[in-house]
Design a protein around this ligand. Structure first.
Ligand code: ADP
Ligand code: MG
Length: 598
């Protein structure tokens, strides 16, 4: 796309030097704000309420700070249903789509990884445990075996999503395009708004953060007032929260600016009290002028009121943000990561309001950089928002297997001990992840999990089988997470499918599912949806890869869907029954029996 002309508002009265304190994570423990008074709410998605969450493990992660979501995932992985780490995988050839989709049936969700029964005697450690003193009298050896293996990892953190790589191979083009557009900010001009698209794990967040760090450090170097605000809209997912977070960030920065100026002015004040020439080279002609300025600054500081995380009318939050950002000259780039989640949840009001601000701001300018995983998300936008937000568009294509190898190799060099991987480990991780729409996050997850599994089974080296086990484990974790977070109605539908499948029904059709579904609903006092809605829910389960449904024609009787489960029955059922409502279903067998009796 062409370089766009930017409206100039260059005015270099340097008010820079204030600290930007990097990405912010909002506390998401706060209550939802009251309903948005604005009536522009756009229904972003017809089936909003039933919309299932994504399976993106690490979507809530803000670089450098493991978010709640990330910790949640980690916790599951540690207390995780142990995958048979002792060679249960038998697959020998390269990954196939089938393998990728079907977790190993041998995987046992209930047993723990058995670190002790590997058959190797580790009682006399041959490694130097620098500084670790094992007191034989007191300890019962719980950790001895675990500690005694040669560590495989040099620095495991490097494989986590929270790590920001210093190099991003295969993203030069995208990074350069961003820089070319954003450089205007360093000239005091307003950069075009940018929309970045790409599937998960294509390096959007990592690239955007890299560019924003460069932008901010360059702005400090040249003393130009340019700031980047990063917001993860998966966490900060309502207009109120986005505006409140922005307002509070700028209020905090303004307070700092004011405090610095007050320091200077008060110092000048005391100099001037002794020596009337002290004001000579300053903007103040008289002591009274200086005093007035000090008073003004003190009043400004007192006036700036932080926005509470809930409770104010949205227009008050908006105007507070407006005042705060416009307090002095600056160009602000607002990065809205996972912007599709914001629009899906709260409509496009936020974007509409933000994109109109420049026409009213007097000192500052803002530019929006939206990052979306959903390529079609602009379809839901008001046309005005769409054209303003999409002034520049940058696409992040999926990585192919070779590119993923490069990415993994860069990280593995730092993350693992020398020669801790067999030659086929990285290519296999890359191949699996390339099937998964070229997802670098998945590739890194696989590599890390494979290393962890190897470590837990006390292998000396990570081998192909660990990668296959890791693939199974991650797939199972994904299924568990997706099923766990399904809306209740979808869970009931899925439970109906499971009951049928467990009773040996093949090619289950919609009518059969609906009958069982109805009985289950009655049993637990849930609303009964129409068969049409249930058919829609089945389609959603299909899209999530939980069931596999095909439409079959029944001649003049019309068409129906036939389906089967694409996930392991036992584990899935266990997850469903852990839901307090479904857990109430004591004995489901009669429902299915009734179906056969009909
Ligand atoms: P997205 O935001 O597109 O979902 P991320 O930027 O979060 O993807 O990338 C996912 C993971 O892959 C992160 O750990 C990131 O550091 C890593 N990653 C992505 N692209 C690259 C790359 N080109 N080089 C190195 N690491 C990368
Ligand atoms: Mg991202």
């Amino acid at each position: 796309m062409d370089e766009t002309e930017h409206t100039s508002q260059a005015d270099d009265s340097g008010d820079s030097g204030e600290e930007t304190d990097g990405p912010h994570v909002t506390d998401d423990g706060v209550d939802d704000p009251p309903p948005d008074p604005s009536n522009r709410a756009v229904e972003a998605n017809g089936s909003d309420a039933d919309k299932a969450p994504t399976s993106d493990h690490d979507a809530g992660v803000v670089d450098g700070q493991a978010s709640v979501a990330d910790q949640g995932v980690d916790a599951t992985q540690q207390s995780e249903a142990g995958v048979g780490t002792d060679g249960s995988s038998t697959a020998a050839e390269g990954p196939t789509a089938d393998e990728a989709a079907t977790p190993d049936p041998d995987v046992d969700a209930d047993t723990d990884v058995n670190v002790g029964s590997g058959g190797r005697d580790r009682s006399s450690p041959d490694v130097d445990l620098d500084g670790v003193v094992l007191d034989d009298d007191d300890s019962q050896g719980l950790f001895d075996d675990l500690l005694s293996g040669e560590p495989i990892f040099e620095n495991k953190e490097v494989l986590r999503p929270s790590y920001t790589p210093h190099e991003l191979p295969h993203r030069n083009d995208q990074i350069n395009r961003m820089a070319t557009i954003l450089v205007s900010a360093l000239r005091g001009e307003t950069p075009s708004n940018i929309l970045i698209y790409g599937k998960t794990g294509t390096g959007k967040t990592a690239s955007a953060k890299f560019v924003s760090q460069e932008l901010e450090s360059t702005s400090q170097k040249y003393d130009v007032p340019c700031e980047v605000e990063y917001i993860n809209c998966e966490v900060t997912d309502t207009q109120y929260r986005v505006l409140a977070q922005l307002a509070n960030t700028f209020i905090e920065k303004n307070q700092q600016v004011i405090a610095d100026r007050l320091d200077d002015h008060r110092a000048l004040r005391s100099d001037a009290a002794d020596d009337s020439d002290a004001l000579a080279a300053t903007e103040f002609a008289t002591l009274d002028e200086l005093d007035a300025r000090i008073e003004q600054l003190e009043a400004d500081a007192a006036e700036m009121e932080e926005v509470p995380m809930t409770g104010w009318p949205t227009d008050r939050v908006y105007s507070t943000f407006f005042e705060a950002v416009d307090y002095h000259e600056r160009v602000v780039v607002i990065m809205l990561d996972e912007i599709d989640k914001l629009v899906e949840k709260s409509g496009d009001d936020t974007l509409y309001n933000l994109s109109r601000m420049n026409s009213e701001l007097t000192r500052s300018r803002i530019s929006i950089m939206g990052i979306s995983n959903d390529l079609k998300f602009t379809d839901f936008l008001d046309p005005r928002v769409k054209s303003s937000l999409g002034e520049e568009e940058i696409v992040f294509p999926p990585y192919d297997a070779n590119q993923l190898r490069d990415i993994l190799q860069h990280r593995a060099d730092i993350a693992f001990k020398h020669e801790a991987l067999t030659d086929d480990v990285i290519p296999l991780c890359a191949a699996f992840a390339a099937q998964e729409h070229g997802d670098a996050r998945r590739a890194l997850d696989l590599l890390r999990t494979a290393g962890e599994l190897a470590e837990r089974s006390q292998a000396e080296i990570v081998a192909e089988k660990h990668v296959r086990q890791a693939q199974d484990k991650i797939e199972l974790d994904r299924v568990v997470e997706v099923v766990r977070t399904l809306p209740t109605q979808s869970k009931i539908v899925l439970f109906a499918v499971i009951l049928l499948e467990k009773n040996g029904v093949h090619n289950i059709n919609t009518g059969e599912v609906f009958n069982i579904y109805k009985r289950l609903c009655e049993e637990i006092d849930a609303d009964v949806l129409t068969q049409r809605r249930v058919t829609d829910l089945i389609s959603e389960l299909d899209m999530l890869g939980i069931v596999n449904a095909v439409v079959v024609s029944k001649g003049r009787y019309g068409r129906t869907k036939e389906m089967g489960l694409s996930v392991p029955v036992e584990e899935t059922e266990a997850v469903l029954l852990s839901d307090s409502r479904l857990g109430d279903i004591e004995n489901a067998q009669p429902f299915v029996q009734a179906r056969f009796d009909n």
